[in-house]
Design a protein. Sequence first.
Length: 143
Amino acid sequence: MIPKDPSLYLMEADGSLSLRFLHCGQCAALTFPANSYGCAKCGAPQDSGEIVSRPATGTLLEYVTVHAPLVKGIEPPFVVGDVLLAPGVVEEVVLDVQDESSLAPGIDVEGRACPDPDGRHFECRFAPVAATRKGGTQKGDAA
């Protein structure tokens, strides 16, 4: 399978996904996606930086279940969340979960290749890496 949008993410040889960022040549900040107009921090043009790949991992900040057909090809209900992908880079992502029960703010998430209905492509969806919450307890755990 090939990525549905290779300007955003790629599959590595080990099967993991990486995200494509713009690394600014003037202030060294990262901007996602790499095909943006330029640096989100200092405004330097895109051609002053370079495209770099980083693991498709992050920290889940918040999430919500969507009950309306807002995204073409995704039947509601589905869960979206804000993920901190790199310092200063927060993106809204679709989460590859059945419901919110496995989620909590602060957990680590990773991008996974989810087959597109066409059978030739995959899309990047994020899912929890581990069941434990950073610096806290999960629902049902003793406090």
